[in-house]
Structures are given as structure tokens and as C-alpha cells.
Design a protein around this ligand. Structure first.
Ligand code: GUN
Ligand code: ZN
Length: 436
């Protein structure tokens, strides 16, 4: 052990597998230590081993608190931070009334930078250490965000929106300019430090077939980059896609036909999908971002997590700010729980079971990392992982403190946190071993 070793003492908790498949999927070490060297996880040790390290390592005492991997947000729009909580519309009207006028402002790099700084701070406050993020159609918006993330040494994936039809003129690119600008951004940012690029066609209705083809061309030219888009979120949107792409069997099939359903593709929402779609997603190795807060807020619908699970589809959570109403993964997990309670009570399928807190905390960390194919880098505390972690205060509010006194075990503690927790429950956030 060298001098630069730091040990974070507390209740160490992380997942090594999916708890709905493996009953032995997590590790919980009461009053243990997370050993970090140069921003990398070296070990997890028990209380008795702590004393052995005493003279050789710096020990930071978080006794009584939970030390957990940082949350990973699989779907969020940083330019929509300022329009979170905009009243009363469904998706398509909401985009026209609130979203597009807001995104117009991001042609201004200085403005974009200001919002990017605020946005990243909100992620930290909420214990989110990694995210897959939409910019706007303007390359400046992505440059601004990546500059902030690079300074912060954050593992962040983002991309410029592609949109060459069915949107206001001031927010459109063309198939060619979208291709060229994306390419320039990839060459500048992809694999620079911890940053990765995601090709970002907004959704099928706002791209011409030619633009979708060029998006796939980029994916072929730059192996390792991501693809993020929206899929089957709203009934009217689904109808619209049917009219625009009559040759496709389903909404997902549009993306499949144009070569955009593949490993490292992340589809947000995916509410209106059938068994063939889910099979196709599982086979392609793509993944779904479950965005319960947004789906409730816009009245979009209830994502069938149980169906995705039965097809072994990779899933993680997206807050989907600004259609989602919170940056907090706790609040997102709370909404997910309530969505599944509704599905259960509506009785459409007897296989639906309540969302366990273990599954929820898994989806917010290792599940998301697997969806992004970076489970060898983040998502848990196996040796060699990057040291993105959070310290959770179980007693951050009077109510939580009172409730925790009556929690009988870890599962009850986690569930109370999931339902009642918010940014106040995040005591510390560490990125690459540095406190934020
Ligand atoms: N579909 C297309 N664009 C958007 C967006 O910005 N937010 C959400 N929730 N859905 C979309
Ligand atoms: Zn979205």
C-alpha cells in the first residue's frame, strides 16, 4: 500500500449481478472500507482489516452511511434544465410549445456553457456520476457540455441532435451538415479522457431517411460510438411514425431498417413495443432507458419493465429532464415503483411483481453500465473500476430519520430511501476519486 491510498470507511454496498436473476447479486459490508488509489478501486475490506491499514493509508470516516457506486442516468437533456416543470401538454405539443423555443438558445456557446455548468452540478448534488446526454442541434451545445465534463473528469456520453425535418427552421440541420458536424465532434471528443460520443437522431419523425442512413454510416465509420434516440413514447407519435414510414413493421423497425438498432444503441421510453420488438432489441444488444417520471408527467404511458425483463433486454433508468421532473435517481426509482404498482393492479398480466429496491438500485448502477457496455469501467466496486461513488445519508430529513428507526433490514432501508429520498440524501459525490 502506497501513501496515496485512501480508505473510505462506511457501509460498503454494490451489485455484482442482476438481483432478479441471482439471489446473491450484491455485497454489503457493514463498517468496511472502500480502498481507492489514483482514482481506481483497489479493494473492499472488512472492519477488522481497517486497523491494519491505519498507518499506511488516509482513512475518511463515513461510518453509519452507505457508500455506493454513483448513479448512471441513461437519458437526459441538459438544454431542457431551464424548462423542467412546464405545464399541461402531451409530448408533441410540449415539444412545440416549450422545448424547441428553449433549445434555440443553445446556438450561443457562452449560454450553453453556463447551463452545462449548472447541469453538471445538479447531477453531482443528486449522486449521478455518469450520464448519456442530449445536446441540441447546435454543435456549440455539445462542445460546451464536453468542455465542462472534461474539466470534471466525468465519464459522460453526449451528442448533437440530428433533425432535418418536422421541426422549426431555426433548429434544423440537413442530412449532410448533420453528418459533417457529428463527424467533427466525434473526431474532437470521442475517447478523449472519459468522454464518448453518441450519434443523436432526435426521433424518427424529425429525420429524413437520408439522415438516418448517414447516422448509420457514422456508426460504421467509428466503432465504439453510441446511438441514442427516442422510441415509441406516445400514442400520437407512434401513429405519426406509421404514416411517415409505412414500410416499417413497427416504430422500432424504422431504426432497425436504417441500421440504428445495434449494440450501444439506447432507446428512451419504448412504451409501445411488442414482443417482436423486444426480441429484436435483445438480439441486437441495444438497451432501453426507462423514464418513469417523464412518462407520468407527459401522460405518455406505462413502460412494461416485466416484459423487457422476460426478453432479457438491457434496461437502465433515465430521468429524462426536462420532461422528467427530477434529477434524483431516488425519485425516479420511486416513480418506477408506482408505475409497476399500477400495472399490477390493472391486472393486465399476472406475472407483474412489485419492483424490489434491490432491482431498482441495480438498474440505477450496474444495470445502466451494462446497457452502455461499460460494466468493466463503472457501475460497481470490483477491483479496477473507476472510483465514481456516493455517500448516502440514511437520515437526511426528519422523516427519513424517524422512518429508519423502524426499518428492520437493508431492504427496508433501501426502500424508504427510494420512496422518500432526494438530493438531501446524497452526502458526498466522488468522481475519479475526487470529492465534488
Ligand atoms: N421525443 C422527441 N424529442 C423529445 C424530447 O426532447 N423529450 C422527450 N421526452 N421525448 C422526445
Ligand atoms: Zn428524452
Amino acid at each position: 500500500v502506497r501513501a496515496e491510498t485512501t480508505i473510505y470507511q462506511g457501509n460498503i454496498f454494490h451489485f455484482t449481478d442482476d438481483p432478479s436473476i441471482n439471489s446473491n447479486a450484491y455485497q454489503y459490508i457493514e463498517n468496511g472500507g472502500l480502498v481507492i488509489e489514483k482514482g481506481i478501486v483497489k479493494d473492499i475490506i472488512s472492519e477488522s482489516d481497517l486497523t491494519k491499514y491505519q498507518d499506511r493509508a488516509k482513512i475518511i470516516d463515513y461510518s453509519g452511511k452507505i457508500i455506493f457506486p454513483g448513479f448512471i442516468d441513461l437519458h437526459i437533456h441538459y438544454p431542457q434544465t431551464e424548462m423542467i416543470a412546464s405545464h399541461g401538454e402531451e409530448l408533441l405539443e410540449w415539444l412545440r410549445e416549450y422545448t424547441f423555443p428553449t433549445e434555440k438558445k443553445f446556438s450561443d456557446k457562452a449560454y450553453a456553457k453556463e447551463v452545462a455548468n449548472f447541469f453538471i452540478k445538479q447531477l453531482y448534488k443528486n449522486g449521478t456520476t455518469s450520464a448519456l446526454v442530449f445536446g441540441t442541434v447546435h454543435p456549440e451545445s455539445v462542445n460546451a457540455l464536453f468542455e465542462v465534463a472534461e474539466r470534471e473528469k466525468m465519464r459522460l456520453i453526449a451528442g448533437k441532435v440530428l433533425m432535418d425535418r418536422n421541426a422549426p427552421d431555426y433548429l434544423q440541420d440537413s442530412a449532410e451538415s448533420g453528418y459533417a458536424e457529428s463527424k467533427t465532434l466525434i473526431e474532437r471528443w470521442h475517447n478523449r479522457g472519459r468522454l464518448s460520443y453518441a450519434i443523436t437522431p432526435r426521433f424518427a419523425p424529425t429525420s429524413t431517411p437520408q439522415q438516418l442512413e448517414l447516422a448509420a454510416k457514422l456508426l460504421n465509420e467509428f466503432p465504439g460510438i453510441y446511438m441514442q434516440t427516442h422510441l415509441a413514447e406516445n400514442r400520437k407519435e407512434v401513429e405519426w411514425v406509421k404514416q411517415l414510414f409505412p414500410q416499417a413493421r413497427s416504430y422500432l423497425d424504422v431504426y432497425s431498417l436504417y441500421g440504428l438498432n445495434r449494440d450501444r444503441s439506447i432507446f428512451a421510453h419504448a412504451i409501445y413495443v411488442d414482443n417482436m420488438d423486444l426480441q429484436s432489441i435483445a438480439k441486437a444488444g441495444s438497451a432501453i432507458a426507462f423514464c418513469p417520471s417523464s412518462n407520468l408527467f407527459l401522460g405518455s404511458g406505462l413502460f412494461p419493465l416485466y416484459k423487457a425483463e422476460s426478453h432479457a433486454v438491457d434496461v437502465g433508468f433515465g430521468t429524462d429532464v426536462g420532461a422528467g421532473t427530477s434529477f434524483s435517481m431516488f425519485q425516479t426509482m420511486a416513480d418506477a415503483y408506482k408505475v409497476i404498482q399500477l400495472q399490477k393492479s390493472m391486472g393486465e398480466n399476472t406475472r407483474v411483481r412489485s419492483l424490489s429496491p434491490f432491482k431498482a438500485f441495480y438498474l440505477a448502477t450496474l444495470g445502466a453500465a451494462k446497457s452502455l457496455n461499460i460494466e468493466n469501467k463503472i457501475g460497481n466496486f470490483e477491483k479496477g473500476r473507476e472510483a465514481d461513488f456516493i455517500v448516502i445519508d440514511l437520515e437526511a430529513t426528519d422523516l427519513l430519520k424517524f422512518r429508519m428507526k423502524h426499518a428492520k433490514n437493508l431492504e427496508e432501508q433501501l426502500f424508504a430511501l427510494q420512496i422518500l429520498g432526494d438530493d438531501r440524501s446524497i452526502y458526498r459525490t466522488y468522481i475519479s476519486g475526487e470529492q465534488k
